[in-house]
Design a protein around this ligand. Structure first.
Ligand code: 5GP
Ligand code: MG
Length: 195
């Protein structure tokens, strides 16, 4: 009986916590505390794996800005961090063509262990393009940490090294992620409501 009540209130909370961004409606999907717990777990894994290395962390803007800030604070060490920006999404769909808006300089990555910090892996085209490019530019090792991963949407041979939360193939916003530049500032993650 208690479990039934819990499920009911959980459903009620999620359906009541809705936001509207432009022409689309979104409902609560992953509360901030679940996101932070997942990041804490991967921060532990990264700290352990990097303890004898001198990694270069690359935060992928714009969507990963909250993930980058929370993860780096949890790592709490003398790490080097830089930023890059690529674009492949328009509206709610991936376009497949990657634009390098803020690229990395080859001299930054040569001989380094590079750890990419990404918000979400969908088709995987963006990260496989970037990881191949960094290897071509002479990075010694390229690792990928993603806060969210949609395994059912993956269209290329890509295996993230650190995954926060696996989610179904749905369009989400919040905690850095946007719908047409709106919704990045929400602390929780919301998913689109398909009417
Ligand atoms: P991919 O190249 O893996 O298809 O797409 C990667 C990029 O698309 C992500 O870095 C992210 O910026 C954007 N993206 C993918 N899925 C979603 C989503 O569900 N919501 C939002 N807001 N952006 C997404
Ligand atoms: Mg991104």
């Amino acid at each position: 009986m208690n479990l039934l009540y819990l499920c009911f209130f959980n459903l009620l909370e999620r359906s009541m916590k809705r936001i509207r961004l432009k022409d689309k409606e979104f409902e609560l999907f992953i509360p901030e505390k679940e996101v932070l717990a997942a990041i804490e777990r991967i921060a532990g894994e990264i700290k352990e794996d990097m303890k004898d290395k001198n990694p270069l962390f690359v935060g992928v803007l714009n969507g990963a800005f909250m993930f980058i800030a929370d993860l780096m604070r949890m790592l709490d060490g003398s790490y080097e961090l830089t930023f890059a920006r690529y674009s492949s999404y328009k509206g709610t769909a991936s376009t497949g063509t990657i634009q390098e808006i803020l690229p990395l300089h080859p001299t930054d990555v040569e001989g380094r262990t590079v750890v990419l910090l990404e918000d979400i892996v969908d088709s995987g085209f963006t990260m496989s393009y970037v990881m191949n490019k960094l290897r071509e530019q002479g990075a010694a090792e390229v690792k990928l940490a993603t806060m969210l991963f949609k395994p059912a949407a993956l269209k290329c041979d890509l295996k993230p090294d650190y995954i926060g939360i696996k989610i179904p193939n749905e369009f989400i916003v919040g905690y850095g992620l946007d719908y047409d530049e709106m919704g990045r500032a929400y602390r929780d993650i919301y998913k689109i409501v398909n009417n």
